[in-house]
Design a protein around this ligand. Structure first.
Ligand code: HEC
Length: 236
């Protein structure tokens, strides 16, 4: 809420109007009163402490584990279409190596100790540079080797979260697969990033295989999770 580098929620410097806004909302007043019943003073019921606790408590309930892929893993083999099953094998293959970074069950290697990778999206200066001020992990470490390295995002529910990549520069999952197949988007212009991961060096893929891989990515969509009333706005 208060982060400045980068600004996420922009609360810093706007504490008074933000609290006033939440406190003037009757839906939130009653929800906070029932969540924090022992606090008597109105200013203690809705404060940045209780707002932070409420958000944290909510986030801990956000668990998505009922996709077709999850059912398949739990033993319901027909839950995953034949195409998606072929796509899963490609996803885990030595040729494509997706699963080495997007590790099941979370489809990321950022659980616990986060790992950061350069997928070769950009090479604006011949040295692997990115356009604009966001140079990835290097913005924090100031090391050249960290330019363009980003935390591996989860792929759960990936079909509903376009556009893709840290800067939203890819519209479709097809664009993303083309990016990896070419050894990083920068390589499509003949200028692969010298900083790209050894695991993003490009591979052959047929259009049928591309369809299978995307069918697998779509099988990570958890419709019961996405439509569950408890994750919807309280203003219903
Ligand atoms: C070397 C580690 C690595 C490998 C191998 C890898 N990825 Fe990624 N993937 C990443 C990182 C890091 C990002 C985030 C890049 C960014 O934001 O600029 C990412 C982003 C993505 C995204 C976009 C996620 C989003 O929310 O925007 C998709 C989809 C994806 N990868 C699928 C794949 C597929 C399919 C493969 C195999 C063909 C693959 N990845 C191989 C590390 C990897």
């Amino acid at each position: 809420m208060f982060g400045e580098r980068p600004i996420e929620m922009g609360t810093l410097g706007h504490e008074v109007p933000v609290l006033r806004h939440i406190r003037s909302n009757s839906v939130y007043v009653s929800l906070f009163q029932s969540a924090f019943p022992r606090r008597r003073e109105p200013k203690d019921v809705i404060s940045f402490e209780t707002v932070g606790r409420a958000i944290a408590a909510f986030q801990r309930t956000i668990v998505s584990a009922n996709s077709a892929y999850d059912k398949f893993v739990a033993g319901d083999r027909p839950a995953l279409s034949a195409a998606a099953q072929r796509g899963l094998r490609l996803f885990r293959s030595d040729r494509m190596q997706c699963a080495t970074c997007h590790k099941p069950p979370f489809f990321t290697d950022a659980v616990g100790t986060p790992h950061f990778h350069n997928t070769g999206l950009y090479n604006v200066d011949g040295a692997g540079g990115l356009p604009g001020p966001d140079q990835g992990l290097a913005n924090e470490t100031h090391k050249k080797v960290d330019i363009g390295r980003f935390r591996t995002p989860t792929l759960r529910n990936i079909s509903v979260t376009a556009p893709y990549m840290h800067d939203g520069s890819m519209k479709t999952l097809g664009d993303v697969v083309d990016h990896y197949a070419s050894g990083g988007r920068a390589a499509q212009k003949g200028q692969p990033s010298p900083l790209r991961s050894t695991r993003v060096q490009g591979f052959e893929i047929t259009s049928a295989e591309q369809g299978d891989l995307i069918a697998f990515l779509n099988s990570l969509t958890d419709k019961t999770f996405l439509s569950a009333p408890r994750y919807q706005t309280p203003y219903r």
